[in-house]
Design a protein around this ligand. Sequence first.
Ligand code: UD1
Length: 346
Amino acid sequence: MPPEARDSILTGADLAPVDTVRDPRNLFWRKNLANYLVTGAAGFIGRSIASALLAKGETVRGIDSFITGKRANLIGLEGMEFIEGDLADPAACARACAGIEIIFHEAALASVPRSVADPVATNVNCVDATLNLLVAARAAGVRRVIYAGSSSAYGDTPTLPKHEGMIPNPISPYAVAKLAGEHYLRAFTRVYGLETVVLRYFNVFGPYQDPTSHYSGVLAVFCRRMLAGEQPTIFGDGEQSRDFTYIDNVVHANLLAAAAPAEKVSGQMINTATGSRITLNETFRVLRELTGYEGEPAYATGRAGDIRDSLADIRLAGELLGYRPVVDFREGLGRTVAWYKQGEQG
Ligand code: UD1
């Protein structure tokens, strides 16, 4: 074991009472005993979960490699202990997991087209990283791991809505990688008794989503372009549909998954979405109202690995977590446009 990993693994005798851990004056314990770990904490979803935990007064540690995460996303998370590290490195995983009770595993290379361009990088950052994290979590005595699954695992089956009992049918390397992670979690529950929960996210959007990359989510790209008066491009005929899920719903589901009794949720895979869908053409029209953009979209050839329609059945999330969406699509898109607008001005 590398020395830095060995040094940071705590034994039972090191555990301090919770009050000591939370006492901000006790910097040593604050530094070494976080209750929650968020991987991908400088990414869009990770930073949103970390922010919600901090707002609840929880003790949070974050880790990010900055491959896709942004340093600027850490602004406002000053109360979080932060480790710059890559989960592909087992020593970084060991440091991150020491003293942790619950992990939100959001780190990934989140993009279908990126995985088509470089499937090995996606595998390293999604599959290897998840396995390393699980091994470290088990060694450190972590109680529960909550995993960012992807609706892409359902693939291009015509059945709608997608429900958890369906056989997965991944059609992109990204979908394969995220699904492999799900299987590893389930195996760690079965074989080692680690509590795990998979939340299968459907097209998450909202503030802090990076709009600048070639691989960014469509709503982030459209918001940025349309606010700047630039023409957005729709790949395909625009009649493909998605269950676009505002970030607050995803944060809410994660907090519920952390608090739910193990006998109810451990080993489960649960859709995290809104249960309604909208086409890209309709989305464009809503965005035109919200941004004031006056032009038409450009249309280009459909993207390899794309699926046609996506819609979640969210009944299981209701039954197991008591989840229901807290912010609907239009409200979420309004807040998202306002956030990007503010960024442009500031
Ligand atoms: C997929 C996964 C999702 C995952 C995400 C990670 C499915 C159903 N969902 O989303 O779970 O979290 O990858 O990135 O597979 N598009 C345009 N113009 C653009 C950009 C995109 O028309 O400028 C189109 C795409 O071709 C696609 C749709 O918008 O049809 C959505 O694309 P995107 O936001 O990248 O997400 P998915 O690929 O649906």
